[in-house]
Design a protein around this ligand. Structure first.
Ligand SMILES: CC(C)=CCC/C(C)=C/CC/C(C)=C/CC/C(C)=C/COP(=O)(O)OP(=O)(O)O
Ligand SMILES: O=P(O)(O)OC[C@@H](O)CO
Ligand SMILES: [Mg+2]
Length: 241
């Protein structure tokens, strides 16, 4: 069953925009789950993403188990590494970092993950992951030892997204980096949206409703927000259902 992916497709057909709350296990403690998810459940958030560039073993599994007790939103692993895979979640973004040229993050981690994945029921979501330069070096750049694509090189960004779609990827993620100074521009979102048919995820540096709406209006189907909720949970008050 591919229920999470088909739900995403259905939402897009119905013109419904999706919002993923990113939980970074590095920065989120299990004790905080109850109160945080009370706010999530009252908000327009539709999905939970969980992951980080540098997460210790087992931390993700413990946190996902606790989160599953407190929300019906699908929990999707957004892995920086194979060690973050846990079958306590519902799905896995099977990311390939197609803006970079590090074979480990293009195909290596994927092969390494197969013995684990074969023993889970996770819905696997093949996702092109495109890092775009946004004002400062990101954790993803540091960990993967790759360069992001220059934000002014829109042709290269759109060609990269299209190549990912032709390779069969089912989702495309434009990433400015967690805590980015500048979110992905409207122009980049609109051009990529124009080029591809698969659902478009946009994240990094989105901190308020104006930026959220503007990403949606430019063509983002799923927006990911992490840092803004970590820094100020009252942001959920602006996003009540
Ligand atoms: C397919 C499998 C098993 C693994 C994929 C491995 C790949 C290609 C990962 C892409 C590169 C990567 C390191 C992604 C991590 C993305 C992520 C969850 C970022 C969240 O933010 P952080 O980078 O932790 O930001 P902070 O510095 O703010 O903590
Ligand atoms: O933490 P923020 O800046 O919201 O970024 C979300 C996500 O796109 C990072 O991988
Ligand atoms: Mg992190």
């Amino acid at each position: 069953m591919n229920s999470i992916y088909s739900d995403i497709q259905r939402s897009i057909l119905n013109n419904e925009k999706l919002l993923a709350v990113l939980i970074d296990p590095d920065k989120f403690s299990v004790e905080n789950v109850t109160s945080f998810f009370k706010k999530v459940n009252q908000s327009i958030a539709t999905h939970i993403f969980i992951g980080g560039s540098t997460v210790e073993d087992k931390v993700t599994e413990v946190l996902v188990s606790e989160i599953k007790k407190h929300t019906k939103r699908p929990v999707i692993i957004f892995p920086g590494d194979v060690s973050q895979i846990t079958d306590k979640a519902d799905a896995l973004l099977f990311l390939s970092l197609i803006s970079g040229r590090n074979p480990e993050y293009l195909i290596g981690k994927h092969i390494e993950s197969i013995p684990i994945l074969k023993n889970t029921n996770l819905e696997v979501l093949p996702t092109g992951y495109i890092l775009i330069e946004s004002g400062k070096q990101t954790a993803v750049e540091r960990v993967t030892k790759t360069q992001p694509i220059d934000r002014s090189n829109i042709q290269k960004i759109t060609d990269t997204a299209k190549a990912g779609e032709f390779l069969g990827m089912k989702l495309m993620y434009l990433e400015a980096g967690s805590g980015a100074l500048n979110p992905i521009t409207n122009k980049i979102i609109a051009k990529v949206k124009d080029e591809i048919q698969i659902p478009l995820i946009v994240g990094g540096g989105i901190k308020n409703i104006v930026q959220l709406e503007s990403a949606y209006n430019s063509g983002a189907d799923i927006v990911v927000i992490g840092t803004a909720f970590e820094q100020c949970e009252s942001f959920f008050d602006d996003l009540k259902k």
